[in-house]
Design a protein around this ligand. Structure first.
Ligand code: SAH
Length: 259
């Protein structure tokens, strides 16, 4: 599906930016790079900046005009660092990622178009686009490096693609202990924890059983939304056991030290 989304770089001056864009694309799983009349390509600097994404450069299509780069495209999105005179349908990068993925999923061809380092895209080029995309930035310094702009949009494409495929967008670091211990506790385990907690609070005289107020309800609400795991529950139960022992003066070793 991501192969239906191409990145089009128009008249790029610095080969390093072409390499940087190729790397950004490969990181995000995109592979179709189209270069419109680049000033200096192929180039060793592009390969150096691509740093492992030279295959994207090797497969890049080099064309003479934007028109050629957009052949077969059903959806064209042009990026711009500045406000242009003619109002145009605008998308932010997040919306751009979602819209691009929706189109690509239906088998459509999508182009993300990026302009020249020194002058961006011309008004004529921007008018070839269905949407304009602006990456929110400080209005006093709004222009991102070309490869950085490619990174932002391709990242959003990847996030939208992962969401559409119901794939996780976070890395799950498993607790060093077993998977079992990272499972959330069951409600009966929580209930016996609350009984233990109440007992400890009474023993340390934090809770007066004659005047309990809403303390236990509030604590239930707190722990209830904490998604406590079995491992964390063991720690809490251990603390309660030791708290009760301490309140009853059942810590002989500690007393020895105190003496
Ligand atoms: N001086 C140019 C900026 C060019 S930056 C201008 O004023 O338009 C090179 C390219 O990076 C732009 O053409 C655009 O494709 C992309 N880019 C840089 N900053 C951007 C931003 N804030 N939003 C969207 N695209 C941006």
């Amino acid at each position: 599906m991501l192969e239906n989304i191409r990145v089009v770089l128009v008249n790029t001056s610095h080969p390093g930016n072409i390499g940087g864009a190729a790397r950004a694309m490969k990181n995000m799983g995109l592979s179709q790079l189209v270069l419109v009349d680049p000033l200096d390509f192929p180039s060793a600097e592009a390969v150096a900046r691509a740093s492992g994404a030279a295959d994207i450069l090797d497969a890049a299509q080099v064309v003479g005009t934007l028109e050629e780069a957009l052949v077969g495209c059903n959806l064209v999105m042009g990026t711009s660092a500045r406000d242009r005179r003619i109002p145009w349908p605008m998308l932010d990068p997040r919306e751009c990622g979602v819209t691009a993925c929706e189109q690509a999923q239906q088998g459509g061809q999508v182009a993300l178009v990026f302009g020249r380092e020194y002058a961006g895209l011309t008004n004529e080029e921007l008018q070839r686009c269905h949407y304009h995309v602006h990456i929110a930035s400080d209005p006093d310094f709004s222009s991102l490096n070309l490869a950085a702009a490619v990174q932002v949009l391709t990242y959003e494409v990847r996030m939208a693609w992962l969401a559409a495929a119901n794939q996780p967008t976070k890395m799950f670091k498993q607790e060093a202990a077993t998977v079992e211990s990272s499972q959330p506790v069951t409600s009966d385990e929580l209930e016996s924890f609350y009984r233990h907690l109440e007992q400890a609070l009474i023993e340390i005289r934090f809770l007066d059983p004659a005047k309990p107020r809403h303390l236990m309800s509030r604590l239930r609400r707190l722990y209830g939304r904490s998604e406590v795991s079995k491992l964390e529950m063991n720690i809490l139960r251990g603390i309660l056991t030791e708290t009760i022992k301490a309140a009853r003066g059942e810590h002989p070793s500690q007393e020895k030290v105190d003496v």
